[in-house]
Design a protein around this ligand. Structure first.
Ligand code: FES
Ligand code: FES
Length: 170
């Protein structure tokens, strides 16, 4: 066991853990953050996705000792209870079905939009293609992301039209 200090969602946490322990286990079991899910445990489904250093990372295959920078989980994207624009779009498009994959969908989309607020439809499809959904919510995921892109939320030019985001991907 080693003492490992992590920065998560703006806070600092020190845990006793084996250095090879998956980051996912620390987030869920030690820090009580239930946003990231255990799906495959093999880095293949995306349910466990968190953002590390601006990138979408599969926490089930990320040794906790390898994490040197701030970790953002689903809980960290809605500070003070204010929904992230993606979460709002998810509600408006009624994206989830069973919901199990949705952490991965939202966190993967957030990492994409943080780097590129105006992805093309093809870029959205390509980025989201590796985050699996057994309920086949993929089209609604893409439409919700497009809604955020069309609204221009990242640029502060929000379009309140209910139809915003439906073009092309609906
Ligand atoms: S649980 Fe991590 S990729 Fe599936
Ligand atoms: S909503 Fe059920 S797995 Fe995606």
């Amino acid at each position: 066991m080693s003492q490992i200090t992590l920065r998560v969602n703006g806070g600092s946490h020190t845990v006793d853990a084996e250095p090879t322990t998956p980051l996912l286990y620390i987030l869920r079991n030690d820090l009580g953050l239930q946003g990231p899910r255990f799906g495959c445990g093999l880095g293949q489904c995306g349910a466990c996705t968190v953002i590390v250093n601006g990138a979408a990372v599969r926490s089930c295959i990320t040794p906790v000792s390898s994490v040197r920078t701030e970790v953002t989980t689903l809980e960290g994207i809605s500070p003070n209870g204010k929904l992230h624009p993606l979460q709002q779009a998810w509600i408006e498009e009624q994206v989830p079905q069973c919901g199990f994959c949705q952490n991965g969908q939202i966190m993967t989309a957030k990492a994409m939009l943080d780097k590129n607020p105006h992805p093309t439809d093809a870029q959205i499809r390509e980025t989201m293609s590796s985050t699996l959904c057994r309920c086949f919510s993929h089209f609604r995921v893409q439409t919700a992301i497009k809604r955020v892109v069309v609204k221009g939320v990242a640029r502060g030019t929000e379009d309140a039209s209910p139809a915003a985001g439906r073009e092309g991907l609906a």
